[in-house]
Design a protein around this ligand. Structure first.
Ligand code: DGL
Length: 267
C-alpha cells in the first residue's frame, strides 16, 4: 500500500516551513503541499472568528489538491480552530500545540515553563491548558510577542532591532525563573540563533516542529497512509500573494528546496 496523496500543510506565511523542514527530514518519502497565506499574514492580531474562517478557507484549498491529512503548522490557528477543522474535514488534522507542550514537559526540570506566541495564541490559553492537562503542578508564564512575526517575515533574523525586541519580550519571563521556553509560534524557530544570543543563562528552548512531525508519522502509520519507501517526496509551495522575502528566508535560513512557487487566489 502506498498513498501518494500529499500532506497538506498551512500557515499564515513562512512560519509553517519550519514544520515542513521537520517533516521533510523525518518523512522524506511523503509529498507535501504547503500553503502560506501571505496575503493576510499576520494572523496573530486577528480575532478567533477571523482566524477560524481563514483556516477553513486554506484547508478547503488543500483538500482540492486531494490532501490525505492536514497539518496546521501555525500555533495561532491550532489554538483557536483545531476543533472546527477536525469537525469539518474527514481527513486527520494535526496541530502544533500538544506536541510542543509535551516536548516542554519532557525538557523542564523545575516545572516552570515560559511560553511566547502571538496575541491570539497567548490570549487563547491553549498552551496553559495543554500543559496543565498533562501536569497539574506545572507553572506557566506566558507572553505575547506581536512584533516578532513581522520582523521574521521581513527576514530580519540577525539584526539588532530583532535582538532588542527579543530581550524586551523575554526579560519578564526570565525574571520569573523559567527553565524552559516554548517557541509557541512556528515563525520563532527562525530566531533560535538570536534568542540563544540574547539569553544570559541556560534555558531549554522547545519548538513544536519536530514533535509535530513525529505526531504526523505516528498518525500516518496508524491510519496506513504512508507513501512507499521508494517514493521521492516532493514539496510544492503555494502562496496567496507574492512575497519576496518569503523565498529568501525559506532557501537561506531553512535550506528548503522547491521549484517555482504558485500563486493561489483566495476564494
Ligand atoms: N506562524 C503562526 C503561528 O504559529 C502565525 C503567526 C502570525 O501570522 O501572526 O502562530
Amino acid at each position: 500500500m502506498s498513498d501518494l496523496r500529499p500532506i497538506g500543510v498551512f500557515d499564515s506565511g513562512i512560519g509553517g516551513l519550519t514544520v515542513v523542514k521537520a517533516l521533510r527530514d523525518l518523512l522524506p518519502n511523503e509529498n507535501i503541499s504547503y500553503l502560506g497565506d501571505t496575503a493576510r499574514v499576520p494572523y496573530g492580531p486577528k480575532s478567533a472568528e477571523t482566524v477560524q474562517r481563514y483556516a477553513i478557507e486554506l484547508a478547503e484549498m488543500l483538500m482540492k489538491q486531494n490532501a490525505k491529512a492536514l497539518v496546521v503548522a501555525c500555533n495561532t490557528v491550532s489554538s483557536v480552530a483545531l476543533p472546527v477543522l477536525t469537525e469539518k474535514f474527514s481527513v486527520p488534522v494535526i496541530g502544533v500545540i500538544e506536541p510542543g507542550a509535551c516536548a516542554a514537559l519532557a525538557a523542564s526540570r523545575n516545572r516552570h515553563i515560559g511560553v511566547i506566541g502571538t496575541r491570539a495564541t497567548i490570549r487563547s490559553g491553549a498552551y496553559e491548558k495543554a500543559l496543565r492537562a498533562a501536569d497539574a503542578n506545572v507553572r506557566v508564564s506566558s507572553r505575547a510577542c506581536p512584533l516578532l512575526v513581522p520582523l521574521i517575515e521581513e527576514g530580519l533574523l540577525n539584526d539588532e532591532v530583532t535582538d532588542r525586541m527579543i530581550l524586551r519580550y523575554l526579560d519578564p519571563l526570565l525574571a520569573d525563573d523559567i527553565d524552559t521556553l516554548v517557541l509557541g509560534c512556528t515563525h520563532y524557530p527562525l530566531l533560535t540563533g538570536a534568542i540563544a544570543r540574547v539569553l544570559k543563562r541556560q534555558i531549554m528552548i522547545v519548538d513544536s516542529a519536530q514533535n509535530c512531525a513525529r505526531a504526523v508519522e505516528e498518525m500516518l502509520d496508524r491510519q496506513s497512509l504512508r507513501a512507499a519507501p521508494l517514493n521521492r517526496g516532493e514539496l510544492r509551495v503555494a502562496l496567496t500573494d507574492a512575497a519576496d522575502s518569503f523565498l529568501n528566508v525559506a532557501r537561506d535560513a531553512l535550506q528548503l528546496k522547491f521549484g517555482e512557487f504558485e500563486l493561489r487566489a483566495l476564494p
